[in-house]
Design a protein around this ligand. Structure first.
Ligand code: ZN
Length: 339
């Protein structure tokens, strides 16, 4: 096919009348003779707009202006046969849409999986101590806690051992407040609040027969406080609920989660990773004072026997599995057998 028109070389503004030849293979020639200068598939042909001459732009900078509309339309049709039909374009757009959707889902997942924990960690580190104390007071008041019924010398022994645990590990005693309480409704439990308030219930002490057992629980809880696990957990679910609200438009999830940390810590518990971290570091705290971390594994097993299912025991918020028990036993093998 040959079209008449004007060639512009892209350098000078002056065009030269000439011929554009397209052969059956879709090769374009600037002259009737000579080498092909481009491929038809690579050239964009503008759609017909009345009788306005149309300009074909080549990658080399050359342009060809022609008003032979019937031939140009025929070339557009030929391009279609060469693979640029509208179905293909639609197909490409559809693929782009799917890729976009997948990217969106992946980034949402990424935000949920990594962004939110990171945000929670930063916020947890930035919250002022006064706010944490206020939250703790509120949480402690909301729970059915009574005075401990342990004999006073026993209470003193627990306080002394806890103080020594902090001291041998160089942890500031003024950051912690150990509350010995009784709570028949809560059952054998212990928990730490982000403020450094740690509550140990008589019901849990009753299941122990060694100092290393209840102290193992306290060491574990100290790690939760030091690493701000509880706070991170609450903030994580708060941020998660916020993200969910943004996606679904339903605000009830967010409002019910925000700052509800006694629920998160007591009922939902910590993630498996945080538990492992608390076990490992808690065992180190114990070893430094010469206590045996393996005794915590013994307590886990005793709790598992006791747990009737209707009382939220320490196990509920700190689910033990064989892996944790094995790890604690292993840590215990390096214990100093002097006690
Ligand atoms: Zn824990």
């Amino acid at each position: 096919m040959e079209l008449r028109g004007t060639w512009f070389d892209g350098q000078s503004g002056r065009g030269a009348p000439g011929v554009m030849r397209v052969d059956a293979q879709g090769q374009i020639f600037r002259d009737v003779q000579g080498q092909p200068c481009a491929e038809l598939a690579a050239v964009t042909i503008p759609a017909r707009l009345g009788t306005m001459p149309r300009t074909l732009v080549f990658a080399s900078g050359w342009r060809f202006v022609s008003d032979q509309h019937d031939q140009l339309d025929a070339l557009m049709g030929q391009q279609g046969k060469n693979g640029l039909r509208w179905v293909d374009r639609l197909e490409r757009n559809r693929n782009a849409a799917i890729v976009g959707l997948v990217l969106l889902v992946v980034s949402m997942f990424g935000l949920y999986q990594y962004g939110i924990p990171a945000m929670a960690r930063h916020t947890a580190d930035a919250l002022p101590a006064e706010l944490l104390d206020e939250m703790a007071t509120e949480a402690l008041q909301s729970l059915p806690l009574q005075r401990s019924e342990l004999p006073l010398p026993e209470q003193q022994r627990i306080h002394d051992a806890f103080a020594r645990l902090l001291k041998v590990n160089g942890l500031p005693a003024e950051h912690y407040r150990l509350h010995l309480r009784s709570a028949p409704k809560i059952g054998p439990n212990a928990f730490a609040l982000p403020s450094g308030d740690i509550v140990l219930l008589d019901q849990l002490v009753a299941l122990t027969d060694k100092e290393d057992q209840w102290l193992g629980v306290l060491a574990h809880e100290v790690v939760h406080v030091e690493a701000r696990h509880g706070l991170r957990g609450v903030l994580q679910s708060a941020y998660g609920a916020l993200l969910l609200t943004l996606i679904t438009g339903d605000a009830s999830a967010a409002t019910s989660t925000v700052m509800d940390f006694s629920r998160v810590v007591l009922e939902n518990g910590y993630s498996r990773d945080l538990e492992r971290e608390a076990d490992e570091l808690g065992a180190e705290l114990m070893l430094r004072g010469g206590w045996d971390p393996a005794e915590l594994a013994t307590l886990f097993e005793r709790l598992a026997e006791q747990d009737s299912g209707d009382l939220p025991g320490w196990l509920r918020s700190h689910p033990a599995n064989d892996e944790r028990i094995r790890a604690l036993r292993q840590a215990g093998q390096s214990a100093i057998p002097s006690r």
